[in-house]
Design a protein around this ligand. Structure first.
Ligand code: ACO
Length: 426
């Protein structure tokens, strides 16, 4: 006999049994798919705080322990020992690549990084100064018009190509969205550069692809900068059923094109309660202005009558230190030393972190700095414009979205996402 949960309707005295399903890690779930048929009622879970919407074998989070694994491997190990492209391969294939596979994957991504001319022309239709996230969402959806085919999900190579293409093109789309937003000409990808260096190059190069040396005659793109950004991509690569991934799966459930589904993910990520928080963190630090003002803003964050929230603090799932934030904290220290950084923003950020980690309000609510707190500070140190923080999150997360899309499409008995409601109108 299956383990069950029994629910009693105290209005009628009737009891109903629902099966408990066990995963390989994490909390079990109660299968309530027959709840409406059995009881005539819906379940209600505002914000899905207790709802598992699918089963998945990609990413596991234990929020209480502060643990995150991709395909069973701890994030700390991947961030330290593997490149972002190896992590992409792992997520897509459920196994780390051999040296030969890494080389082949890298080469294919370099070849696929270019955009068709028609897609490049699309950017010119947007008003100058458009936020890169808006342009990126539209350009991602537009990509579906250039690669419109009905995928044969029994053909592994077809959807692997679909995945590799969008992972390869996302840095180009993001860099073009940025350059258009500042009125600069587009810089085409340089096939001789690695994935992460190429993105920095497309953002920073002058017309004709020239890069200038810095004041000390050093390389314009430093190894430590490439390493830092590569780590940020890895830490963002997937995060199970968050708001943007759920949006991707919901669109996938209707049978729409995968790039349109990913465009929905880009849009969902933009909000400041989600990926947009990294941009808001820096805007908030700039608003705070100096270390002396930190106490007043902490007081506002604690005031229940004030809507002000400390950006980059708190997480729906992590009620312990976000493991990605831990990796970034040590990267921040490394960057501070190697790039000799001692900026005012970093001082303010360090002071906020120090207070919040010891303050009863934050401690009792388990509000720790999240990934966006440190990524915002690190990206500022790398002189990345603030408007590009969330597009950088998009680049890292694209592999997660497409992997989740593939898992959804390959799954058996998948249904269209169609929640119900508690009607309170006339
Ligand atoms: N500053 C001050 N107080 C906060 C903060 C914050 N950043 N976050 C939560 N709280 C308080 C709430 O006021 C609430 O207090 P109460 O119990 O006295 O009413 C309590 O902590 C619980 O907060 P909820 O909003 O219920 O928590 P939820 O899990 O729904 O929200 C969220 C999580 C949206 C991330 C929230 O913490 C937040 O808004 N943080 C700031 C934005 C941010 O950094 N987002 C990035 C998240 S990471 C990511 O998406 C990549």
């Amino acid at each position: 006999m299956n383990d069950t949960v029994t629910i009693t309707d105290n209005r009628t005295g009737k009891s109903y049994d629902f099966d408990i399903l066990d995963g390989t890690r994490g909390p079990s779930v109660v299968n309530i798919s027959s709840f409406y048929t059995d009881t005539g009622m819906f379940t209600y879970d505002n914000g899905y705080t207790s709802t598992a919407s699918c089963n998945s074998s990609i990413t596991f989070i234990d929020g209480a322990k502060g643990e995150l694994r991709y395909r069973g491997i701890e994030i700390e190990e991947l961030a330290e020992k593997k490149s972002y492209l190896e992590v992409c391969f792992l997520l897509l294939n459920d196994t780390l690549p051999t040296k030969e596979q890494t080389k082949e994957f890298d080469l294919e991504l370099r070849h696929r990084s270019f955009l068709q001319e028609g897609l490049t022309n699309l950017f010119h239709a947007f008003p100058s100064g458009s936020h890169p996230m808006a342009t990126l969402s539209a350009a991602t959806a537009a990509l579906s018009t250039f690669h419109f085919n009905h995928l044969d999900m029994s053909n592994e190579s077809e959807y692997q190509t679909m995945a590799r293409r969008i992972i390869a093109k996302m840095p180009t789309l993001a860099a073009f969205a940025y350059r258009y937003s500042i009125g600069a000409c587009f810089i085409q990808p340089d096939i001789s550069k690695s994935y992460t260096e190429n993105f920095l190059y497309m953002m920073r190069a002058y017309p004709g692809g020239k890069m200038h040396m810095d004041m000390d005659g050093q390389r314009a793109i430093k190894e430590i900068e490439i390493k830092a950004l590569d780590t940020i991509f890895t830490l963002h690569a997937d995060h199970e059923q968050n708001a943007s991934t759920t949006s991707v799966r919901n669109v996938a459930s209707t049978g729409a094109h995968p790039y349109v589904a990913i465009s929905a993910g880009v849009s969902a990520l933009w909000g400041r309660a989600h990926g947009g928080a990294n941009e808001s963190v820096i805007k908030q630090l700039e608003m705070i202005g100096s270390v002396e003002n930190v106490d007043a803003f902490i007081a506002r964050a604690k005031d229940p009558d004030d809507e002000f929230r400390l950006m980059g603090f708190g997480h729906r799932v992590y009620k312990n230190f976000d493991p990605r934030a831990k990796v970034l904290k040590s990267l921040q220290v490394q960057l501070q030393d190697e790039l000799n950084l001692d900026s005012n923003l970093m001082k303010i950020a360090n002071r906020i972190e120090e207070i919040a980690l010891n303050d009863e309000y934050f401690v009792s609510r388990k509000l720790y700095p999240n990934i966006d707190f440190y990524s915002g500070v690190i990206l500022t140190a790398l002189k990345i414009p603030t408007s590009m923080f969330t597009p950088i999150f998009v680049i890292g997360r694209t592999v997660g979205w497409i992997t989740q899309w593939i898992e959804f499409k390959k799954g058996k008995g998948m249904k269209i996402a169609r929640p119900r409601q508690l009607y309170l109108g006339k």
